[in-house]
Design a protein around this ligand. Structure first.
Ligand code: NAD
Length: 281
C-alpha cells in the first residue's frame, strides 16, 4: 500500500498563516535580522526566501549583507550591535561563512535569547538537559510533520541517520523528549540497514542521495527525509529512495516539498517565541 504523503508545503503555509494571525494581534512587530557574509549563491536564495516569508507573516525582516572579506572581528562587532538592539528579536548568521571566519565563534557571539537558529551551546545544552530554549528550525519542523502523521511517539523506536549539530543531534533530543526510544546512526554505524529496519520513525539527515532503500524501511514506518541533494542532472533528491520507499512506509515526506518548507516556517516560530520570551522576562 502506498504511503500517505506528509506535505510540508501545505503544513508550512498553515503554520505561517497561524503565526501571521498571532503577530497581527500583538502591539509590536517581531524583528528578525539575517546576517549574510559574502556571496554564496545558495545562501542568497535561502536569505531571500526567509526575508519574504518573514515580511508576509508581519515580521520586520532585515538582511545585513557584509562583504566576503569581512574579518571575524568585524562580524562579531556587527553581532554585538544586534544583540544590543531592542528592536531585534532574532539573529540568524547565515552559514557557510568565508574561511577567515570561525563559524563557531560567530554562533557563540549571538545572544542565546536571540539565537533563533538554536545553534548556541547554551541552547544546545538546554535541549540536551530537557530545559526550554531555542530549538534548531529543521528538527522542529520535522516534529511538526511527525505530529501531522498522528503516529504515536511514546515508546516508538526512532532512528536518526546523521549526527550533525544542526540536524541529527537536536533531532534525537526532540524525539527522546517525545518519549521515543532513540538510536543515532551515522557513517561509522556497523549495519545501517538493520538499524533502520527497526525504526517506527526514521529520520534521514545524511546528505547522500537515495541512500535509504525500501528494504531498510519497516512496513508502515514514518519516514522523514531531511536530505537535500542536487543530482548531476540538476534534479533534487532526498536521502531516501522516495518512489520505492513510498510503497513500504506508512507516511513519507517528499523532497522537495517536505522538510524544507518547514524549516523557514519554524524560523518564524522561533522568532515569535524569542520576541514573546524577551518581553516576558
Ligand atoms: P552534515 O554533513 O553536517 O552531517 C551528515 C551526517 O551524516 C554526519 O553525522 C555523518 O556521520 C552522517 N553520514 C554521512 N555519510 C553517511 C553514510 N554513508 N551513512 C550514514 N551516515 C552518514 O549534514 P547536515 O547539515 O546534518 O545535513 C544533512 C542533510 O540535510 C544534507 O543533505 C543537507 O542539505 C540537508 N539539510 C536540509 C535542511 C532542510 O531545511 N530541509 C536543513 C539542514 C540540512
Amino acid at each position: 500500500m502506498a504511503a500517505t504523503i506528509l506535505d510540508g508545503k501545505v503544513l508550512a503555509a498553515r503554520l505561517r498563516a497561524t503565526l501571521a494571525t498571532r503577530v497581527a494581534a500583538l502591539h509590536f512587530r517581531p524583528g528578525l535580522t539575517v546576517v549574510r557574509v559574502g556571496d554564496d549563491p545558495a545562501s542568497g536564495v535561502y536569505v531571500r526566501n526567509k526575508d519574504r516569508a518573514a515580511q508576509e507573516a508581519g515580521f520586520i525582516a532585515r538582511t545585513i549583507h557584509l562583504p566576503a572579506a569581512t574579518t571575524q572581528a568585524e562580524l562579531l562587532g556587527q553581532i554585538a550591535v544586534l544583540n544590543a538592539d531592542p528592536a531585534v528579536d532574532g539573529i540568524l548568521v547565515q552559514l557557510p561563512l568565508p574561511p577567515q571566519i570561525d563559524a563557531q565563534a560567530a554562533i557563540n557571539a549571538v545572544d542565546p535569547a536571540k539565537d533563533v537558529d538554536g545553534f548556541h551551546p547554551i541552547n544546545a545544552g538546554r535541549l540536551a538537559s530537557g530545559q526550554p530554549g531555542m530549538v534548531p528550525c529543521t528538527p522542529r519542523g520535522v516534529m511538526h510533520l511527525l505530529a501531522e502523521s498522528g503516529a504515536p511517539t511514546r515508546g516508538a523506536r526512532a532512528v536518526v541517520l546523521g549526527r550533525s549539530q544542526i540536524v541529527g543531534r537536536p533531532m534525537a533530543q526532540l524525539l527522546l523528549t517525545a518519549d521515543c526510544t532513540v538510536t543515532i546512526a551515522h557513517s561509522r554505524t556497523a549495519d545501517l540497514p538493520a538499524e533502520c529496519a527497526r525504526a517506527d520513525i526514521l529520520v534521514a539527515a545524511v546528505g547522500r542521495p537515495e541512500l535509504v532503500r525500501a528494504d531498510w524501511i519497516k512496513p508502515g514506518a514514518v519516514v522523514l527525509d531531511v536530505g537535500i541533494n542536487r543530482l548531476l542532472d540538476g534534479r533534487l533528491a532526498g536521502d531516501v529512495a522516495y518512489a520505492e520507499a513510498a510503497e513500504r512506509a506508512g507516511f513519507i515526506t517528499p523532497v522537495p516539498g517536505g522538510v524544507g518548507p518547514m524549516t523557514i516556517a519554524c524560523l518564524l516560530e522561533n522568532t515569535l517565541d524569542a520576541a514573546l520570551a524577551r518581553r516576558a522576562a
